[in-house]
Write a protein that binds this ligand. Structure first.
Ligand SMILES: Nc1ncnc2c1ncn2[C@@H]1O[C@H](COP(=O)(O)OP(=O)(O)OP(=O)(O)O)[C@@H](O)[C@H]1O
Length: 299
C-alpha cells in the first residue's frame, strides 16, 4: 500500500483547513493509501518533520499549504527518491502554478493518484535550497513586511506592495558569472529563478524552464513611476522582455554582490540580509508529482 505523509499548514492562505484533513483521510481510504499527517506549528518544523519522515518512510510527502510549506517539505526530500506532492492552500502558491498543478482541492488530489513523477532543478543559494524564486530588493522587502504582518492572503500582499512602492529607493548590485561581470548598477529588484512567475502570476521570467539545468537572473532596473503601469501590464502579459528596464541572464552559477544590503527572500521567506549571494543550479534534484510532464530538453 502506498504511504503518503500530508504536511498541513493550518494558517496558510488564511484558509480554514478543518474539513481538509477529513477529506484527505476519506480520499486515502478510498484509494487504499496509508496516510499520516503532520500539522505545522511554525516552531522547529524542519526538525520535527525530518523525524516524522524517518519514522514513517513515505513514498510521497504532500505539502498542504503555500510556498513556505512546499519549501519546508522540499528541504527534507531533496536528492532522495521521495516525491513531493502539492495541494495548493497558500496565498500565492507560486511553484504549484508554475508546475501547472491544479489549484482546486479535488483536482490537486487527483494528481496524487496519477503518480506522474518528474525531477526538477533546484538552486543552492548560500547553502540554502530555493525551489521557486529568490530575490533581492523591492519584492523581498514586501515579503518581509507581509511576514511580519498578521493578515495573510493575496489582498494583504498587494496592499503592502502599494504602500512600500511609494517610498522605495533602488539598491546597487554587481552580478558575476564564470568570472565575468554581467551587470553592475542600481536595480529595483534582482530575481533569481528557474520558474516563470511569482505566485501573483506576474511573469518575471516568461521563458523559464524548470528542468533545463540553468536558472535566470532577472534585473529590473530603476524606472520612472510613470512607467509602473506599463511594467505591470508586461508582467501580466508575458511580455516583460519587451521592457527597456529589464535584463535577463541565463546561468549555471552566479555571484551577486548586494552593496546596499537590500532585503533578500527565498521562496517567500525573508532571510538575514547578506552582502554576497552565491547561487548554483542543482539539476533534477527534486522529484515532484505533476499533472503532465513539462518540456523535456535533451539530457
Ligand atoms: N501553526 C502555525 N502557526 C503560525 N505560523 C505557522 C504555523 N505553521 C506554519 N506557520 C508559518 O507559515 C509560513 C508558511 O506559510 P505558507 O508559505 O505555506 O503560506 P502563505 O504564506 O499563506 O502562502 P504563499 O507562500 O503561497 O504566499 C511559515 O512562515 C511558517 O513558519
Amino acid at each position: 500500500m502506498k504511504k503518503i505523509l500530508f504536511v498541513v499548514n493550518p494558517i496558510s492562505g488564511d484558509i480554514d483547513k478543518l474539513d481538509i484533513e477529513e477529506n484527505l483521510r476519506t480520499f486515502c481510504l478510498q484509494q487504499e493509501i496509508t496516510a499520516e499527517f503532520y500539522k505545522t506549528s511554525g516552531e522547529q518544523d524542519e526538525e520535527k518533520l525530518k523525524a516524522k519522515i524517518q519514522a514513517f518512510q513515505p513514498e510521497t510527502v504532500v505539502a498542504v499549504g503555500g510556498d513556505g510549506t512546499v519549501s519546508l517539505v522540499a528541504k527534507q526530500i531533496i536528492k532522495t527518491d521521495v516525491s513531493l506532492g502539492i495541494i495548493p492552500q497558500g496565498s500565492g502558491n507560486g511553484l504549484s502554478k508554475d508546475l501547472d498543478i491544479p489549484q482546486t482541492f479535488d483536482e490537486a488530489m487527483q494528481v496524487l493518484v496519477e503518480n506522474r513523477v518528474k525531477a526538477i532543478d533546484t538552486l543552492d543559494v548560500n547553502g540554502q535550497i530555493s525551489i521557486h524564486i529568490c530575490d533581492m530588493g523591492f519584492n523581498a522587502l514586501v515579503v518581509k513586511r507581509f511576514d511580519e504582518g498578521e493578515t495573510r492572503g493575496p489582498g494583504a500582499y498587494a496592499w503592502i506592495a502599494m504602500q512600500e512602492f511609494m517610498g522605495y529607493t533602488t539598491k546597487r548590485y554587481t552580478i558575476k558569472s564564470k568570472g565575468k561581470v554581467l551587470f553592475d548598477g542600481d536595480a529595483f529588484m534582482v530575481t533569481v529563478t528557474n520558474a516563470k512567475a511569482f505566485g501573483s502570476n506576474a511573469a518575471i521570467n516568461p521563458n523559464g524552464i524548470i528542468n533545463d539545468g540553468s536558472f535566470e537572473v532577472c534585473v529590473m532596473e530603476p524606472f520612472p513611476k510613470t512607467s509602473s503601469l506599463g511594467i505591470l501590464y508586461r508582467l501580466y502579459t508575458d511580455s516583460i522582455d519587451d521592457s527597456v528596464y529589464t535584463q535577463r541572464y541565463s546561468c549555471q552559477e552566479a555571484v551577486i554582490e548586494n552593496h546596499d544590503e537590500a532585503q533578500v527572500q527565498i521562496d517567500g521567506e525573508p532571510i538575514e540580509t547578506v552582502k554576497t549571494l552565491s547561487i548554483t543550479v542543482q539539476p533534477r534534484t527534486l522529484k515532484v508529482l505533476l499533472p503532465r510532464l513539462p518540456e523535456q530538453p535533451e539530457a
